[in-house]
Design a protein around this ligand. Structure first.
Ligand SMILES: [Zn+2]
Length: 110
């Protein structure tokens, strides 16, 4: 795999700073909800399970970013099944470009 783009520092959408939480607490929360990731649109935080394989983590991150974009720019107009399809296709394109989103070991939060 080529480039691992680190998500730990967070990102911006529409002037909002989004945090990315990969802590054990985030893992427990999303797992309890039967998810791999969640996007908290009120607190601008994406929580990701830290116990999934690299490709699934990257795909889940892309999905949650699209949830954020959908909220901020699309007035939540993209139905959830379309968000799934968009994230699947975008993930494929980025994988083919050797771009994967992930967490560098030194960034894993306690
Ligand atoms: Zn979703």
């Amino acid at each position: 795999m080529g480039m691992l783009v680190s998500v730990g520092k967070g990102f911006k959408v529409g002037g909002f700073d989004f945090a990315v939480d990969t802590s054990p607490q985030a893992h427990r929360m999303v797992t309890a909800n039967n998810n791999f990731g969640e996007c908290d649109l009120r607190n601008h935080t994406i929580s990701l399970s830290s116990d999934i394989d690299e490709t699934l983590l990257s795909k889940t991150f892309i999905h949650e970013v699209i949830e954020a974009v959908n909220n901020i720019y699309c007035d939540n107009g993209i139905p959830h099944d379309k968000i799934q399809q968009l994230s699947f296709g975008l993930h494929q394109a980025l994988e083919s470009l050797d771009v994967r989103f992930g967490v560098k070991n030194e960034e894993v939060q306690a």
